[in-house]
Design a protein around this ligand. Structure first.
Ligand code: PMP
Length: 361
C-alpha cells in the first residue's frame, strides 16, 4: 500500500490499515449474509453481534466496572454539549466548567443557552489557552465538573484529572479517548466523537455511570434523554450502523494487535516525545503549548513566519505528509498523532522537519 500518505489530520483522521483492509474484505458479503453490514437490519443477529462486541471491547479496554453503560449516539460531540447539561443538571446545583479552549467554550455556551446556572471555575483564557490550569476549586454543591481532557486545537492535555471530592467529573474525550490509561471511577459521563481515536465520523461514544441516569428529567424529548439509549442498548431508533461497525474493528485492532490501552499509551508517548524533541532542539520550530501541558495527540507548533509555515505545509504535503495545517482559528502547524498514526509516520515527519530547517533556517 505505497500510495497511502502519512495522515496527520485532526479528525476525521487516520484509521489503522488492517481495519480498512478488513472493511474492504467483508464489504460485499458480511459474514455469509450475502449483504454488506450497511444493508442488514439493525435488528438482525449480525448487527446485534457487532454492537455487543463494540460495547464489550470498550468496557474491557477502558476497564469499566459494571456501574458504567456504553452508548452510541449521533449528533457528534457537539450534541453532547447541550445533552450533558439537559440531563445531568440537578435542581439548585450549578454546573461547573473549566474553559481550556474552543471546545470547552462551546460546551459552556450550550449550557448557558439552556439557561442553566453555569460557573466557569477555572480556565486558561488569560494566556490564549496555552496551558491546563494547575488547580481547580472543589465545589461540593456542583451538579458536575466538566473538562475537555485534550484540547485538539491548542494542543494541550490534562495530565492529572482534578480531584472533585465526589462531584462527578464529565469529560469531552473526543481527541484522546483510548489513547492512555485512566481511572474511570470519578467520571459520571465521558463522551467522544469517534472520528479521531475510535473510528469514523457519525457516531459518538457516551460512557455513563449508572447513577447519572437517575438525574434525567422525564420532560425532555425522547431523543435527548440518555435513558432512551440506555434502556434500549442504543437501539431505540436506527443507529449509525456502519460507523459502529468500524468502531468495533478499531477496538478489536487496539485490543488484539496493539495489546490494549497501556501498550498504546507507550507507543503514543514515544511518538510525542520524538516530535517534541525535534521542536525543542532548535529555535526554528516553536511549540505553542506550555511544556507541562503538552498534548500527546495534537502537537501544535509555529515556524518563524507565516510564509514559511505555508511553504512547510505545502512541501510536506508533496512529501506524503498530509493534514499539518493548524486550525483556522489559530494558524500555524499541527500534527495530530492519534492511535492509528504509526511511529514510522512520526519518524518521517521529524526527518522532513530537520531537512526543511536545513534548507530554510
Ligand atoms: N470536542 C473536541 C475536543 C473536538 O476536538 C471536537 C472536534 N474537533 C469536537 C468536540 C466537536 O466534535 P463533533 O464535530 O463530533 O461535534
Amino acid at each position: 500500500m505505497t500510495d497511502r500518505i502519512f495522515n496527520f489530520n485532526p479528525g476525521p483522521a487516520v484509521l489503522p490499515l488492517p481495519v480498512l483492509q478488513e472493511i474492504q474484505a467483508e464489504l460485499l458479503n458480511y459474514k455469509g449474509s450475502g449483504m454488506s453490514i450497511m444493508e442488514v437490519s439493525h435488528r438482525s443477529k449480525w448487527f446485534d453481534d457487532v454492537l455487543n462486541d463494540a460495547v464489550a471491547r470498550t468496557r474491557r479496554l477502558l476497564n469499566l466496572s459494571d456501574r458504567f453503560r456504553v452508548l452510541f449516539l449521533q449528533g457528534g460531540a457537539s450534541m453532547q454539549f447541550p445533552m450533558v447539561a439537559m440531563n445531568l443538571a440537578l435542581p439548585g446545583k450549578p454546573l461547573d466548567y473549566v474553559d481550556t479552549g474552543t471546545w470547552s467554550t462551546k460546551a459552556i455556551k450550550e449550557a448557558q443557552i439552556l439557561g442553566k446556572d453555569v460557573r466557569v471555575v477555572a480556565g486558561s483564557k488569560d494566556r490564549e489557552y496555552t496551558y491546563i490550569p494547575e488547580t481547580v476549586p472543589v465545589n461540593p454543591d456542583a451538579s458536575y465538573l466538566h473538562i475537555t481532557s485534550n484540547n485538539t486545537i491548542r494542543g494541550t492535555q490534562w495530565k492529572r484529572f482534578p480531584e472533585t471530592g465526589g462531584v462527578p467529573l464529565v469529560s469531552d474525550m473526543s481527541s484522546d479517548i483510548l489513547s492512555r490509561v485512566f481511572d474511570p471511577e470519578p467520571f459520571g459521563l465521558i463522551y467522544a466523537g469517534a472520528q479521531k481515536n475510535a473510528g469514523p465520523a457519525g457516531v459518538t461514544l457516551v460512557i455513563l455511570r449508572e447513577d447519572m441516569l437517575e438525574r434525567v428529567p422525564a420532560d425532555l424529548p425522547t431523543m435527548f434523554r440518555y435513558t432512551t439509549y440506555a434502556e434500549k442498548n442504543s437501539l431505540f431508533n436506527t443507529p449509525p450502523c456502519f460507523a459502529i461497525y468500524v468502531v468495533g474493528l478499531v477496538l478489536k485492532w487496539l485490543e488484539e494487535t496493539v495489546g490494549g490501552v497501556a501498550a498504546m499509551e507507550d507507543i503514543n508517548r514515544r511518538k510525542a516525545d520524538l516530535l517534541y524533541a525535534c521542536i525543542d532542539e532548535t529555535d526554528f520550530y516553536r511549540g505553542t503549548a506550555s511544556p507541562e501541558s503538552r498534548s500527546a495527540m495534537n502537537v501544535t507548533f509555529r515556524l518563524p513566519t507565516p510564509e514559511l509555515e505555508q511553504k512547510f505545509i505545502e512541501e510536506a504535503t508533496r512529501a506524503g505528509l498530509g493534514g499539518l495545517k493548524g486550525h483556522r482559528s489559530v494558524g500555524g502547524c499541527r500534527a495530530s498523532i492519534y492511535n492509528a498514526m504509526p511511529l514510522e509516520g512520526v519518524e518521517a515527519l521529524v526527518h522532513f522537519m530537520k531537512d526543511f530547517e536545513k534548507k530554510n533556517g
